[in-house]
Write a protein that binds this ligand. Structure first.
Ligand code: ADP
Ligand code: ZN
Length: 666
């Protein structure tokens, strides 16, 4: 539970409301003046009581009317004194002109009524005329005034509060969050422990003349617990926590962001010692100058002003007073270099996705208040969730608990976790989506292709499940292959294997139907990326040698430099050829495997079409029938294909319309 308290102290609040009142009074007076002005004029225009035209004619015919003024739109008339029954009733009446009534004057004359015309644009007309002259400029200046105030951002009126920082401030100790709540990021915790110490014992450090760091940058993918860590630092040090997101700084009006930054630091200094947490720092700290990466609302100007203000503030305050700024980003490479100079965010703490042990620890934190069945083994779940961030794991636990409740289980069981895992991995089941038969067939062969090739490749893990039940997020089917353990290093043969697995879906479509669908685009993208990294980053190409052709991310500024080192045209061509070789080799091997095991492919795909889901013993039995071709081992080791490969592929492409080994690969 986090308590939010109003942002200012009493004093400044009083000031606020005073100014607010002053501002409102100005507008009130103006509006009042307008209303009075209008009220003074309107009685002139609509005299007396409105009546239907027919009544007016009747009254004329009855001889009750004394005088008539015929306007373009209105007819005003005065009744004779004796025509009104009661004294209080007004004698003055009006009605609307009926233009088609051409004999009005005739009737009036007949009954001896005095009549006259009204000037075009009667009284209400000229009033509207005046107002239409007066109001637009008033509005114009009013809006201009508001915009100006916003831009200056100094004023504290309600409209002006756009310029105020929207920092949510948590009072002392109430972030309720400590390092205990965070698991799997031990290194980050250790480094932040120092920050806690600075905040607690600022005096100790300044006594010795040490400069406490002002800014710490938490770098890591979304959901890994950066916000949580920042809160925990505040919680551990028992200081207030001011938090704001970088995207909140970006406004339409130039200057608003800057004033928010100013305001934020002012508040922080009043509350010191405290933590300022800026989430999504990249949203406001994007590299300045010429890259043109700004999109959406807000001009470059605005962005630059905001960033400059932040730099100024960070230079201006004295960290030894106990204000420490924590920034979070998942894209440190786009940050303006000025932000990371000494005295600003000069420390980086990496908050990475947790490994298996870390995941288990995070799961343990999150199952804290959940009733678990005894059989539930968190280490098994941790093993099955490589790549999950803390937020994903929290989500998984919650999903499992929800499922258990829906299934009326007394405890959350392993089966609930299994189902939750599937959901989290592939998006929620979308049973309503019906596939065309042909589509379904394509998907089935595609997925079986992945599974069969996957079963043969080294260190790829076991294929746990194939499904052609359509799921959310555009996945029509999926093959779940879970590695037995986390992999931090991949050997060459594993990479080849992985690329072959990725291409196996498309290869199956080619082998069976002789044509490909669009469904494989994601696979192809991933396979090509991996092959390119082999050549340009891992130095795995014999032809090009162990040279890195890709720059590390810190040196690469989007828009300014190219991610590739400057290389000659021959090298560029060689890289492209090598990437193509790797991809095509893997493609050939995947096709070859499926071709050689065509009967297994058919059988498995048919039973998948029938069952929609294959898993467990059935699946592993089926996949154990897949035979490795003779050339597989050699290819995994060296990347070399048998002599017959190119001829075979040509034959195949003639037979089935598939195109490999030449440039028509699309
Ligand atoms: P980030 O700021 O990195 O995007 P958050 O700190 O907002 O991620 O994490 C979102 C949620 O995920 C947290 O509230 C917490 O429930 C869970 N979570 C993330 N990382 C961890 C972790 N290391 N340990 C425990 N819970 C975590
Ligand atoms: Zn696929």
């Amino acid at each position: 539970m986090v308590q939010e308290t109003p942002q200012s102290n009493r004093n400044s609040q009083n000031q606020n409301s005073n100014q607010k009142r002053g501002f409102n009074n100005g507008w009130l007076l103006l509006i009042l003046a307008l209303v009075l002005f209008a009220a003074a004029l309107f009685p002139e225009t609509q005299r007396g009581e409105q009546v239907p035209y027919s009544q007016f004619i009747e009254q004329v015919k009855a001889g009750e009317v004394k005088k008539v003024t015929i306007g373009e739109q209105q007819i005003e008339y005065l009744l004779k004194p004796d025509a009104v029954e009661q004294e209080q009733q007004p004698r003055q009446r009006y009605t609307y002109t009926v233009p088609s009534d051409a004999n009005l004057t005739e009737i009036l004359e007949e009954h001896d009524v005095e009549y006259t015309g009204a000037p075009a644009g009667n009284s209400s007309g000229w009033l509207i005329g005046i107002l239409s002259w007066v109001i637009p400029p008033l509005l114009f200046f009013g809006i201009g005034y508001l915009a100006l105030m916003r831009a200056q951002g100094g004023a504290n009126s309600p409209v002006m509060s756009v310029g105020k920082s929207k920092a949510r401030i948590y009072t002392e100790g109430s972030t309720d969050c400590s390092f205990k709540d965070i698991a799997g990021v031990d290194e980050a915790k250790e480094e932040l422990q120092e920050v806690v110490d600075y905040l607690k014992n600022a005096a100790k450090y300044s006594r010795l003349g040490a400069k406490i760091p002002k800014g710490v940058l938490l770098v890591g993918p979304p959901g890994t617990g950066k916000t949580l860590l920042a809160k925990a630092v505040a919680g551990e040090a028992n200081v207030p926590f001011l938090s704001i997101s970088g995207s909140e700084f970006i406004e339409m009006f130039v200057g608003v962001g800057a004033s928010r930054v100013r305001d934020l630091f002012q508040q922080a200094q009043q509350q010191a010692p405290c933590i300022i947490f800026i989430d999504e720092l990249d949203a406001l700290g994007k590299s300045r100058g010429g890259t043109g990466t700004m999109t959406g609302t807000g001009s470059n100007d605005e962005q630059e002003q905001t960033l400059n203000q932040l730099l100024n503030e960070m230079d201006g305050f004295d960290a030894n007073k106990g204000v420490i700024v924590l920034g979070a980003t998942n894209r440190p490479e786009v940050l303006d270099p000025a932000l990371q100079r000494p005295g600003r965010f000069d420390r980086q703490v990496l908050v990475d996705r947790p490994d298996k042990k870390g995941r288990q620890a995070i799961l343990e934190v999150h199952v804290g208040n959940i009733k678990l069945a005894e059989e539930v083994d968190l280490s098994v779940i941790a093993a099955r969730t490589p790549g999950f961030a803390g937020a994903d794991l929290a989500n998984l636990v919650n999903e499992a608990a929800l499922l258990a409740a829906r299934n009326d289980h007394e405890y959350v069981t392993m089966a609930d976790f299994d189902e939750a895992l599937e959901r989290v991995i592939a998006g929620l089941e979308k049973k309503s989506r019906v596939l065309q038969d042909e589509e379904k067939q394509t998907v089935a062969y595609h997925e079986v292709g992945h599974a069969m090739v996957g079963a043969l490749m080294p260190a790829a893990g076991s294929v746990e499940k194939i499904s052609i039940v359509p799921r959310g997020a555009g996945a029509l089917g999926y093959t779940l292959q879970l590695p037995e353990e986390d992999r931090f290093l991949m050997a060459e043969d594993e990479i080849r294997g992985r690329i072959a697995i990725m291409l196996a879906g498309r290869s199956a479509e080619e082998v069976v139907f002789g044509k490909v669908s669009t469904g494989a685009s994601d696979d192809i993208q991933k396979a090509t990326d991996l092959a390119e990294r082999c050549v340009t980053l891992y130095g795995m190409s014999d032809r090009l040698g162990p040279i890195a052709f890709e720059k590390p991310q810190q040196q690469y500024i989007p828009g300014l430099s190219s991610p590739r080192r400057s290389v000659g045209p021959e090298v560029t061509t060689a890289i492209d050829e090598e990437v193509k070789n790797i991809v095509e080799g893997a493609h050939w091997m995947a096709q070859h495997i499926l071709h050689e095991n065509r009967d297994v492919l058919e059988e498995t795909a048919q039973s998948l079409l029938e069952e929609e889901v294959l898993e467990g013993d059935d699946l592993s039995q089926q996949l154990s029938k897949v035979k490795a071709p003779a050339s597989l081992e050699e290819w995994l080791k060296t990347g070399k294909l048998p002599e017959s490969a190119s001829k075979e592929s040509q034959d195949r492409s003639i037979n089935q319309g598939a195109t490999i080994g030449n440039s028509k690969l699309n």
